[in-house]
Design a protein around this ligand. Sequence first.
Ligand SMILES: [Zn+2]
Ligand SMILES: [Zn+2]
Ligand SMILES: [Zn+2]
Length: 101
Amino acid sequence: MLREGGEAIGLTTVYRALQAMAEAGQVDVLRTDDGEAVYRRCSTGHHHHLVCRSCGRTVEVEGPAVERWADRVARDHGFVEVSHTLEVFGTCADCAGGLPN
Ligand SMILES: [Zn+2]
Ligand SMILES: [Zn+2]
Ligand SMILES: [Zn+2]
């Protein structure tokens, strides 16, 4: 998007812009197992993610069973106004392509 604005930009600029967008709530920041920051633009509404450890590709998924479970355990313990985040990490089909099953 920044490049389309006609600017020649370096990675530092990109990260600075992403950080500003993250602070404004326009993108989500996610930290990988390696401690690397991954930024993504999320659709609105509650959902979860499958994240590829290798290329960072993210798939948005819904988890009705997770929602029911979270509601139930919260209620069982008398918690109200609960929220949760859930990220499932793995290797995507493309990255796993060369790997034996
Ligand atoms: Zn998302
Ligand atoms: Zn991948
Ligand atoms: Zn959920």
